[in-house]
Ligand binder design. Structure first.
Ligand SMILES: Nc1ncnc2c1ncn2[C@@H]1O[C@H](COP(=O)(O)OS(=O)(=O)O)[C@@H](OP(=O)(O)O)[C@H]1O
Length: 247
């Protein structure tokens, strides 16, 4: 950079000023976007789905300042399987990326996991949750088990409906299991006469990962899983298969 350096005070003022400007612009965008939304009528619930919010540092504060009574639903699955699923999705778009085994380590000889790799970082649920608990009480956050959502979709959906204070309308009779896909499908959604199953890009086959790497990852996640279990009071049963993915 060339030219005279601005003095510190000016730099500071400029920083505050531009932060305020950015915040004002952000609030403006949010309120404009909100004006475009249809009104929520009596008896309706407005829902928004952005998976990345759970791991976005600023999200809890922003959502809290917009509507502190918001109910939050987070779908979690075994973090090791989640990391492999995440990698599989990236691999499908960029086949040239290094192997999972290479990306997972900072130093493989020392067994040092690369926790800055997003596929791994996202699965440290306890840390992300602590960020949300600075603003929202645990009673406003509901966790859906990704594993149980596959084997017992009606049971998991029952708990979601209870959490939202809704009558249990979605039940067992709304689902059937698609053996080819390995996932449940909705028998007949309201807006169609056809069943609705997961799209083509879901349920991709995961690459086979070196069992030693899975073992190392299990060890890495264990304390965070324990912490997550202690905070939520829920057991997600992720500790069964030492060297294997939980599907
Ligand atoms: N309804 C339901 N029940 C259980 N599991 C589900 C469901 N919907 C998505 N999935 C699985 O979640 C993984 C990521 O899915 P998505 O592609 O929708 O996620 S995202 O769009 O990237 O956020 C992906 O996991 P894998 O297929 O194992 O890699 C999806 O299959």
């Amino acid at each position: 950079m060339s030219g005279p350096m601005p003095d510190k005070a000016a730099c500071g003022r400029q920083g505050v000023h531009s932060t305020e400007k950015r915040l004002a612009a952000y609030r403006g965008r949010i309120s404009k976007r909100r004006d475009l939304m249809p009104k929520t009528l009596d008896g309706q619930i407005t829902m928004e789905k952005t998976p990345s919010y759970f791991v976005t540092r600023e999200a809890p504060k922003r959502i809290f300042s917009m509507a502190k009574e918001t109910k939050l639903i987070v779908v979690v699955r075994d973090p090791v399987t989640r990391a492999i699923s995440d990698y599989t999705q990236t691999l499908s778009k960029k086949p040239e990326i290094p192997t999972f085994e290479v990306l997972a380590f900072k130093n493989r000889t020392l067994g040092l996991i690369d926790a800055s790799w997003s596929a791994i970082r996202i699965g440290i649920y306890a840390l992300h949750l602590e960020n949300w608990l600075q603003f929202f009480p645990l009673s406003q956050i509901h966790f859906v088990s990704g594993e149980r959502l596959i084997i017992d979709p009606a049971g998991e959906m029952g708990k979601v409906q209870d959490f939202l204070g809704l009558k249990r309308i979605v039940t067992d009779k709304h689902f059937y299991f698609n053996k080819t896909k390995g996932f449940p499908c909705l028998k007949k959604p309201e807006d169609s006469s056809m069943p609705r199953c997961l799209g083509k890009s879901k349920g991709r086959t995961h690459p086979k990962i070196d069992p030693d790497v899975i073992h190392r990852l299990r060890k890495f996640y264990r304390p965070f899983n324990v912490m997550f279990h202690q905070i939520t009071g829920e057991d997600f049963d992720w500790e069964k298969d030492e060297n294997q993915e939980i599907s």
